[in-house]
Design a protein around this ligand. Structure first.
Ligand code: ATP
Ligand code: MG
Length: 142
């Protein structure tokens, strides 16, 4: 089933010049970047996006990192896009991410939050996040 997902290259990925490499991996996985942007986030939008980790002790450091430079939000579309992107990314902790995954190849092995890329964790959240960052109301194909 084709679907949309929401992807965001984090400041460490942007600073390391990885946007082109990540776009290539997305294309090689048979997925399509249908829209992208370059944004400097606000604390407000981050608190909303990371509401599920907002009370964790690592959040202040992670928030400062996410506000430290530009991010590159993307809308990605294709067969099983949500799961396929999570596979391409690897697990949250880059230490546990296999070589060949984006986080395994480029994530910071000491600072967990510097893990290069965000990907929505469900088709429903993808739609919410696309609206949050692109102000576009999409629907997943039926
Ligand atoms: P993301 O939502 O960024 O794609 P994820 O879904 O793999 O990552 P979540 O559990 O949603 O992981 O956590 C959101 C983000 O919070 C992670 O990407 C990471 O930057 C940060 N994070 C999560 N757990 C930790 C931790 N134990 N220490 C530091 N940062 C963490
Ligand atoms: Mg998540």
């Amino acid at each position: 089933m084709k679907q949309y997902t929401y992807i965001m290259v984090k400041p460490d990925g942007v600073e390391a010049g990885l946007v082109r490499e990540i776009a290539k991996r997305i294309k090689d996985a048979g997925l399509e970047i249908v829209q992208f942007d370059v944004q400097k986030l606000t604390g407000e939008v981050l608190d909303e996006h990371y509401a599920h980790v907002k009370d964790r002790d690592f959040y202040p450091e992670m928030k400062a990192f996410m506000l430290s430079n530009f991010v590159v939000p993307m809308i990605v579309y294709g067969e099983n896009a949500v799961a396929k992107m999570r596979e391409l990314m690897g697990p949250t902790n880059s230490n546990e991410a296999a070589p060949g995954t984006i986080r395994g190849d480029y994530g910071d092995k000491e600072v967990i939050n510097k893990n290069v890329i965000h990907g929505a964790d469900s088709p429903e959240n993808a739609i919410i996040e696309i609206e949050r960052f692109f102000k576009i109301k999409l629907e997943q194909p039926k």
